[in-house]
Design a protein around this ligand. Structure first.
Ligand code: CA
Length: 231
């Protein structure tokens, strides 16, 4: 059975291009042009992944994203004309999984759809619980606890934290981190690493302005700055 993708886009020409590319790649496509229609569809039928434009009539894309995420973990790829929206899109409240900036190539979009579906279905990584100070990272349960309190991280934030903490003090480049997130199939905007790291710091650092866990290594990338013990 093929995966069913919902395309939410009010510009008919763009919608037609996306529909064609996805159908051609073997996906089943449901497309709508309004935010309220998107919410009605996802409430009524099974959808494996959502491609969501932000500027929509009815209910806007950010609100559609928030409402879908409040109830389900369906992967959401945001389509955005402006890269400044990146910050909002990748933010903790919204919980979108990925974004594609317009204009985009249909091929790129299809490969992002595949990567998102694959990573949603991949088995959680087996491994030992890692401790750094009062921070506890459990790769099996995919939870992060600080001083006994659970911290909610997005998929990407967890993966970046876990990757860095797995090799304390080793410097990872942005490319390495994105390729880890995308299982080698990443292409696109490396600035999204910085956005994820900024959000991550706000959640796990004692003082996000003076990060001690996730260190910036100028001109290179990021490194985990604390000792890690495994239990
Ligand atoms: Ca639009």
């Amino acid at each position: 059975m093929s995966d069913r993708i919902m395309v939410v886009e009010d510009e008919q020409a763009i919608r037609a291009v996306i529909e064609f590319a996805l159908t051609d790649a073997g996906f089943e496509v449901v497309s709508v042009g309004r935010g309220d229609e998107a919410l009605a569809v996802i409430g009524a039928q099974h959808i494996d992944l959502v491609i969501l434009d932000l500027m929509l009539p009815g209910v806007d894309g950010l609100e559609v994203c928030r409402q879908i995420r409040a109830e389900r973990m369906t992967p959401i790829i945001i389509l955005s004309a402006r890269s400044e929206e990146l910050d909002k899109v990748l933010g903790l409240e919204l919980g979108a999984d990925d974004y594609v900036t317009k204009p985009f190539s249909p091929r790129e979009l299809v490969s992002r759809v595949r990567a998102n579906l694959r990573r949603m279905r991949s088995e959680p990584e087996r491994g030992q619980v890692m401790e750094a100070g009062d921070l506890e990272i459990d790769p099996v349960a995919r939870t992060v606890v600080r001083a006994g309190e659970e911290i909610y991280l997005t998929f990407s934030e967890f993966e970046i934290l876990h990757k860095l903490a797995s090799s304390p003090r080793r410097v990872f480049t942005r490319e390495e981190l994105m390729n880890h997130l995308w299982e080698g199939s990443f292409f696109g905007d490396l600035r999204s690493v910085d956005v994820h790291v900024r959000h991550l710091r706000q959640k796990v650092e004692v003082d996000a302005a003076n990060p001690e866990l996730i260190r910036t290594v100028r001109g290179v990338g990021y490194a985990f700055g604390a000792d890690v013990t495994r239990t």
